[in-house]
Design a protein around this ligand. Structure first.
Ligand code: SF4
Length: 400
């Protein structure tokens, strides 16, 4: 049987899709194009209204190009009422049950070749491994705790098994991902440090995906700063620079805590860089609150800020708060993006002349692209095939 899987949203969703993909392939399914697929799975995202719109748009597109396909929806948007009524969908399921449901639906033999190993798609340079799912923080704007539920951590032995396999496939770098990664282990009497200890056995370049600031303590920073495998780039979700708005968002830190955390990490990691997420136009955000966000972007010197205009999500507390004018939201979003681009360029320029170890991933024309350990994208002209290779370079403006 032929199938196609389409993924929207975050890296955690990509990992989930890889898992469903490998479970289907291990049962004899063939991956194909959406036009030829008998089964199309849409792995959805509900984190913004825009991602829900894209989910809906893609379901409709797949139905248009393939009238006979069995179309199934998994992922965060699948709890939304508008999809339960969508006539282009044949099935809504959670990702853990989707494979069994398809097998039952088509009356197939449930033969399993190998269920333990996750196939990792893409170039064999950087692999993503999801070690945690779920979140119990209930930030007042976020639908995720309703869609993904409580924290579920992958047992250490499974992480070890998957890392070994991924390493054998030739991957040079691994990214540990999770919805609330810093809470890894809470449900299984373990913690992120223990998971990292295991991953270190296999990889010399380890990245941590987005972390919630409140879960990072001094002990954690002190410990990971001694691990040379940890790449010095941290994505610490900020969301707002205003303490009033952070309280309304039910975030568990204030701006001072955040900036101290950045300073502490800077003091421990050489050439460290930071990225973050920022929401503009949260209900109640006035000019002064937005100025506080602007201020923190400058002080933290991020190399990347993902700016999202606030969009009310169903089930959340913030859905019922008085919304601010959409034109103001637009202006603040534009300003925050432009400012963060300037801040990023300035910060990156401080590394000119330094030696970077770059893992090259792709080729375009004569140029190879890859990332330094501190996650600065490098473009380098070479006659030698650099894909999948690590090369030391002196970082200059023409490489960026
Ligand atoms: S920490 Fe907050 S924003 Fe992140 S997934 Fe949990 S509830 Fe959502």
């Amino acid at each position: 049987m032929n199938f196609f899987i389409f993924t929207l949203g975050c890296k955690v969703n990509s990992c989930d899709s890889n898992e469903v993909y490998s479970r289907l392939v291990s049962r004899g399914f063939n991956f194909t194009s959406p036009e030829e697929a008998e089964v199309i799975i849409v792995n959805s995202c509900a984190v913004t209204s825009e991602s829900v719109r894209k989910t809906r748009q893609n379901i409709n597109k797949f139905r248009k190009i393939n009238k006979k396909a069995f179309i199934a929806l998994i992922g965060c948007a699948s709890i939304l009422e508008q999809f339960t009524k969508n006539r282009n969908l044949d099935l809504i399921s959670n990702k853990d049950e989707i494979v069994d449901k398809i097998i039952i639906k088509f009356n197939l033999e449930n033969k399993q070749i190998d269920n333990k190993f996750l196939i990792v798609s893409g170039e064999k340079t950087r692999a993503f491994i999801k070690i945690e799912d779920g979140c119990e923080n209930f930030c007042s704007y976020c639908i995720i705790p309703f869609t993904r539920g409580k924290i579920k951590s992958k047992p250490i032995e499974e992480i070890e098994f998957e890392c070994k396999k991924i390493h054998e496939l030739g991957f040079k770098e691994i990214v540990l991902t999770g919805i609330n990664l810093g809470k890894y282990g809470k449900d299984i009497n373990s913690n992120l440090l223990k998971a990292i200890e295991v991953v270190r056995k296999f990889f010399k370049r380890i990245r941590l995906s987005s972390l919630e600031p409140d879960v990072i303590d001094k002990n954690f920073i002190d410990n990971i700063s001694c691990f040379e495998e940890i790449c010095p780039h941290f994505h610490l979700s900020l969301q707002s620079g205003s303490d009033k708005i952070l309280r309304l968002m039910n975030r568990k830190y204030d701006s001072e805590f955040y900036l101290n955390l950045i300073d502490n990490i800077r003091n421990k990691f050489k050439d460290v860089t930071f990225a973050t997420d920022l929401i503009t136009g949260f209900p109640g955000e006035n000019d002064e609150d937005f100025e506080n966000s602007v201020d923190i972007i400058k002080k933290a010197r991020f190399i990347k800020v993902n700016v999202f205009p606030f969009s009310p999500r169903p089930f959340t507390y913030a859905e019922n708060l008085k919304q601010i004018d959409s034109e103001i939201k637009k202006q603040r979003t534009k300003y925050a993006i432009e400012l963060s681009d300037c801040v990023s360029k300035k910060e990156i320029s401080t590394f000119f002349g330094k030696e970077f170890e770059v893992l090259f991933e792709t080729k375009k024309g004569f140029y190879y692209s890859g990332y330094s350990r501190n996650y600065i994208k490098i473009n380098f002209e070479s006659s030698e095939n650099l894909c999948g290779k690590i090369k030391k370079l002196i970082f200059f403006p023409d490489l960026y």
